[in-house]
Design a protein around this ligand. Structure first.
Ligand SMILES: [Zn+2]
Length: 309
């Protein structure tokens, strides 16, 4: 019988239940293969039997495999118990957890903790859900805080929307609903418009600030309302962008507070993590943990099974 994840409302219950790697493996097997019907990850065959060493043997393609093949736990050198603890810590901390913290809490090296966290972050990949109704759009610029650097290392003209030392991220949020955010090359209209069209249903009402990148929305399939920040006009009737700006505030605080600095290369993963937290903000701790566990088992496809991050 599948374990009810609602009981995992604290680190204590997680550690108490997942007290051996066998329990972790059993839980993975129960969730991957309902009713004990083991499916071979290589050929999709259903005739697999358990071997003496606890692995499975497919009678169709003769592959021998372990329960973690195709999951984020595949080929791991550390105990599955530590993975489960790390996943719980990550899912329950509102602003995220650093690799240093995971290293101390799980008794692993910082390098191992960093690798574990990078794999856990692959679970946050955003769904491609369409937004509709009232949608706020806005951009943020991450990194390169020039004023904290020594004068000789500063780059000129990096304030505001400059992308010389910062990476732009574009976000859209359905008021009271789902948020989507993407790292972008620049914030020009020809970059932002296709993203808006990909995620926002035609006929929706879009709120932005007066930035020129949004001018192509004037004559489009959307109703476009503008908030003029320059005129100190933050809330005019329904025209405000406070929801998305609140998200940028949280995101920037977690980047600077927990992770200190994030390279542009990995920025999308941190964006995905913050978006996942935002979109599951109404979940209980146990439900967020359950969702991450569910995602950790997601086998991409039989063919790609070896390429899983
Ligand atoms: Zn097989």
């Amino acid at each position: 019988m599948k374990i009810d994840f609602r009981k995992f409302d604290s680190l204590f219950t997680v550690m108490e239940y997942f007290n051996t790697d066998d329990i972790c493996k059993q839980t993975i097997a129960q969730h991957r293969w309902a009713d004990g019907d083991v499916v071979c990850p290589y050929c999709g065959g259903h005739h697999c039997r358990v071997c003496k060493d606890g692995r499975y043997l497919c009678s169709k393609c003769n592959h021998k495999f372990n329960v973690t093949v195709g999951t984020i736990f595949e080929n791991t050198k550390i105990s599955l118990r530590k993975w489960f603890i790390a996943m719980y810590l990550v899912s329950s901390h509102k602003k995220g957890v650093s690799s240093h913290q995971i290293a101390r809490d799980c008794k692993v090296t910082q390098k191992t903790a960093w690798n574990v966290l990078q794999k856990i972050r692959t679970l946050y990949k955003q769904d491609t859900k369409e937004l509709e109704g009232e949608v706020e759009c806005d951009e943020a610029y991450i990194g390169g805080r020039e004023k904290n650097k020594h004068e000789s290392k500063r780059t000129e003209g990096t304030q505001g929307r400059s992308t010389k030392t910062k990476t732009p991220v574009f976000g859209m949020v359905e008021r009271g609903g789902t948020l989507v955010a993407r790292k972008v090359q620049n914030t020009q209209g020809h970059t932002l418009s296709p993203i808006i069209r990909q995620f926002v249903k035609p006929g929706s009402r879009i709120y932005t600030d007066e930035y020129i990148g949004y001018h192509s929305l004037y004559d489009s399939e959307y109703t476009h309302a503008i908030v003029r920040h320059n005129a100190n006009e933050f809330v005019v009737g329904e025209a405000y962008t406070n929801s998305i700006e609140g998200f940028w505030g949280l995101f920037k605080r977690s980047i600077f507070g927990i992770y200190h600095c994030v390279s542009a290369k990995y920025l999308q993963r941190y964006v995905d993590e913050a978006v996942f937290r935002y979109n599951t903000r109404k979940y209980k701790e146990s439900a967020r943990f359950h969702e991450m566990f569910r995602r950790s088992l997601n086998v991409v496809s039989y063919r790609d099974v070896r390429n899983v991050a």
